[in-house]
Design a binder for this molecule. Structure first.
Ligand code: F6P
Length: 548
């Protein structure tokens, strides 16, 4: 049966019509209990979803959709290690990486997952302690002071976002730098800030074939050798995180400095694996474990809470409600915490690489929307950039507002002002401002009736724009782990309901293939004529500039 013909979907479609003219401001006026009715707590995390265009009936019908899609059974299959990434014939077990010590899971084929994870964690712990204690010496006998993580996508965004978010928890012995872009500016500017005698390069690549990462890694290697000269010194300054031992060896990295992981860890789900080595080095190993423990606590919530009291499930269902029934095609994430400034970028990969799919599990092109466009910026900066559109634009953008109750940097009134803005924005988006309210406001400012008539349409806010507010006590490794895992599971639930495979990413391949074909053409002496007229002209313009 097609998804849109399923009983739960049809019930939601008809229920939506009854809500078309309902205003959230009236729902709040009619129900003083609306906040407690539509909020969920898990540990330190509170989700307030009362500012959504939903009633109890909506939430019950959405939960029916999740049940009908078999979300609970699919979730259990994921945790059990079934090969739910069927296009790549792989299990999806990032949740195993944050299980407490002693966890056991035997995979088909004989891998003892818990044992293997513990071995790599032990290796990471030993290495981290050596570096942070200064026992590990660079080639000239000095301790390591700078770590440069070279990776891209999941091998960059997670560690970069987490180390930015947890700056107040830095161990302090090393600084971390992240190089991802193939643009030579990224590596060049980073190398200007470090000293080869005291720098450790971590080459982070699941496949160890990614063009950007290997090119940057070779540039770093040449830079290092120009200064240190002796190739044997590479072993003191280069480590690798990968599933591909042969390629690591071929690059010349001592496999004693290689930290493994497994094909059942997707790139965008890999910060919990040895891809998190830069996180462990920045925070210290114990705090890396706290991050894992926070994620595990969210895993337990996701596994055990009933669907209607399950934070990731409720977030997923609300996303589907707007994306599929209201046709709102994007979703914003607005952290009111400067430390979380890379969270929207991280979530773009997590969500859009996972659910940016157009065929279902049977290979049929879907006739409904799947993954939304994810975007965002921290508050309050975003208020002065794109909130105009969020309040008065023609598209409605559902959004998550994220706020820690306590700041890591108490400074005068800053945090109160930040919090006031966060609460004010969700209130304004929900309530809006009617023409009568705008008229009264302008009247009390002493304007003439004529001026008021001209201005009122510009001063009206339609309101009824949905938001979730996520609040936790403070940003710390545990809470951040829980927050990230919450979004992972949200994306998973949506993928199940949309009947897509959230764990492959074939869509990134075509551009890579074409770039490989174009690269040698850029050096060609003759005009290129093998592409379409636009691509030929652009290549030839570049060639002429490049080749003089
Ligand atoms: O962008 C495609 C992708 O395969 C991502 O899924 C992955 O996180 C990234 O490239 C980097 O891949 P790797 O870790 O293998 O270098």
């Amino acid at each position: 049966m097609s998804l849109q013909q399923s009983p739960a979907w049809r019930a939601l479609a008809s229920h939506k019509q009854t809500l078309d003219c309902v205003l959230m401001r009236d729902l709040f006026a009619d129900d003083p209990e609306r906040f407690s009715r539509f909020s969920i707590r898990s540990g330190d995390l509170l989700l307030d979803y009362s500012k959504n265009r939903v009633t109890s009936e909506t939430m019950a019908l959405l939960a029916d959709l999740a049940r009908e899609a078999g979300v609970e059974a699919c979730r259990d299959e994921m945790f059990a290690g079934s090969k739910i990434n069927f296009t790549e014939k792989r299990a999806v077990l990032h949740t195993a990486l944050r299980q407490p010590w002693g966890f056991q899971l035997l995979l088909e084929g004989g891998q003892e997952v818990g044992k293997d994870i513990a071995a790599v964690l032990g290796q990471m712990k030993g290495f981290t302690e050596q570096i942070l204690s200064g026992k590990w010496k660079g080639y000239s006998g000095k301790a390591i002071t700078d770590v440069v993580n070279i990776g891209i996508g999941g091998s960059d965004l997670g560690p970069y976002m987490v180390t930015e978010a947890l700056r107040p928890f830095a161990h302090g012995a090393v600084k971390v730098h992240f190089v991802s872009n193939i643009d030579g500016t990224h590596i060049s500017e980073t190398l200007k800030r470090v000293d080869e005698e005291t720098t450790l390069f971590i080459i982070a690549s699941k496949t160890f074939t990614t063009q950007e990462t290997l090119t940057n890694a070779h540039t770093a290697r040449s830079w290092f050798l120009e200064r240190a000269v002796d190739e044997s010194f590479i072993a003191r300054h280069f480590a690798a995180v990968s599933t591909n031992k042969e390629a690591v060896q071929a690059f010349g990295i001592d496999t004693g400095n290689m930290f493994g992981f497994w094909d059942w860890v997707g790139g965008r789900y890999s910060l919990w694996s040895s891809i998190g080595l830069s996180i462990a080095l920045y925070l210290g190993f114990d705090r890396f474990l706290e991050l894992l423990a926070g994620a595990h606590s969210m895993d337990e919530h996701f596994r055990s809470a009933p669907l209607d009291a399950n934070i990731p499930v409720v977030l997923a269902l609300l996303g589907i409600w707007y994306n599929n029934f209201f046709d709102f095609p994007s979703h914003a994430v607005i952290p009111y915490d400067q430390y979380l400034h890379r969270l929207p970028a991280y979530l773009q990969q997590l969500d859009m690489e996972s659910n940016g799919k157009r065929v279902d599990r049977d290979g049929n092109v879907v006739d409904y929307a799947t993954g939304p466009v994810i975007w965002g910026e921290p508050g309050t900066n975003s208020q002065h950039a794109f909130f105009q559109l969020m309040h008065q634009g023609t598209s409605c953008v559902p959004a998550d507002f994220i706020l820690p109750l306590k700041t890591q940097n108490p400074a005068g009134e800053h945090h109160d002002i930040l919090a006031a803005n966060c609460f004010a924005q969700t209130e304004a988006l929900m309530k809006g401002k009617t023409a009568a309210e705008a008229r009264a406001e302008l009247g009390s400012a002493g304007m003439s009736e004529e001026e008021i008539d001209a201005l009122v349409p510009h001063k009206v806010f339609p309101g009824n724009r949905p938001t979730n507010t996520l609040i936790f006590n403070e940003i710390n490794p545990f809470n951040l782990g829980a927050l990230i895992a919450m979004y992972e599971h949200k994306v998973f639930v949506q993928g199940v309901i949309w009947r897509i495979n959230s764990f492959d990413q074939w869509g990134v391949e075509l551009g890579k293939q074409l770039a490989k074909a174009i690269l040698p053409e850029l050096g060609s002496a003759d005009d290129v004529a093998t592409h379409d007229a636009s691509t030929n002209a652009l290549i030839n313009l570049y060639r002429r500039s490049r080749n003089g």
